[in-house]
Ligand binder design. Sequence first.
Ligand code: NAI
Length: 304
Amino acid sequence: MRMQGRVAVVTGAGNGLGREHALLLAREGARVVVNDPGGSVNGAGGDNAAADKVVAQIRAAGGNAVANYDSVATPEGAQRLIDTAVKSFGRVDALINNAGILRDKSFAKMALEDFEAVLRIHLLGSTYCTKAAWPLMIEQKYGRVIMTTSVAGTSGNFGQANYGAAKMGLLGLMNVLAVEGAKANIKVNAVSPGATTRMTQGLGAVSSEIDELMQAAHVAPAVAYMASEDCDFSANIITAAAGGFGRVQFFETAGVQFDPRKPITVDMFADAVGRLTDLGTAKPTAPGVLGQMPARLATVGILL
Ligand code: NAI
C-alpha cells in the first residue's frame, strides 16, 4: 500500500495505460481522480462512460475514486481537473500526465493542424495540468509528477513527427521541473511505455505473440512506484514494456577541445568529427548549462 493516504490524478485514465495506472494506484491505497473526456484515438467526440467505468471498477474493488471529464488541452480544463481533486480529496500528491491522441502521417503530408493538435494535448496538456498542480505541491513540499514519453521521440518513428516532437518536449519540461521542484521534494520523472492498447492496435506491431505480452498492466508498476514516496529519483526516463524495465539517459561524449583563444576552422572540426562523436567516452548529461565545457577547457589550460 505505497499510496496510502495519497491523492493521485491520472489524465486519460478511461482507456489503455491510464486505466491500468488508475486501477493500480487505487489498489495501492490512493484516492484517484480518473480524468477522461472519452473520444476516439484521434481526439474526436467524447463520452463520460470512459472515466465512469474506471471509477466504477475502482469502487467495486473497494477503492476510492471520482471522475473528471475535462480535456487537459486547455488551461481551464486542467485547472478544473486539479480543482476536482482538491474538492473531492483535499490535495494532490501525484499527477500522472498520460492523456494523448495520435494524428500519424508522414511529415510531407501532415497538416499543421494535426501537428498542433498533438502538441496541444500531449505537451501543452501535460504542462497545463502540471502548472495547476504545481503551487499545491510547492506549498505542501511534496509531489510526484510523471510525464509519458515515447520511443517515437527518443528514437524516432516514421509518421510521428508531431508526436515525437511532443514526447521529446515533455522530457525538456521534466528536466527543468526536476531542478525547480527539488527543494520542495517534488520528483518529476517520465515513463516510456510499450503496450497493446487501442492507440497501438494496427500500428504494425512485431507479432500477435508480442502484442499479447505487451499488457498495459505491466507498465503500471513503474508508474505507481514513481508516483509514491518511495521514489527518490528525479528526471529519470523509465522504459516499461512486456514486463521489461530500463532507463533511457542522454549522454555527451568527452569530445575534443581546441584552444578557443585561437581561430577554429571547418577543417579542424572535420578532422576531429570521428573522435568527438565516439560514444565510447560518453558520460550522462547533468543539470546545468555548462555540461562538459569546464572539463574540456581545463585540457587546454583554461580553468573556469
Ligand atoms: P489510449 O488511446 O488507450 O488512451 C489515451 C487516453 O487519453 C484515452 O482514454 C483518451 O480518451 C484520453 N485523452 C485523449 N485526449 C484527451 C484530452 N484532451 N484530455 C484528457 N484525456 C484525453 O492510448 P494509450 O496507449 O493508453 O496511451 C496512453 C499514453 O501513453 C499516451 O500519452 C501515449 O502517447 C503514451 N504511449 C503509449 C504507448 C503504447 O505503446 N501504448 C507507447 C508510448 C507512449
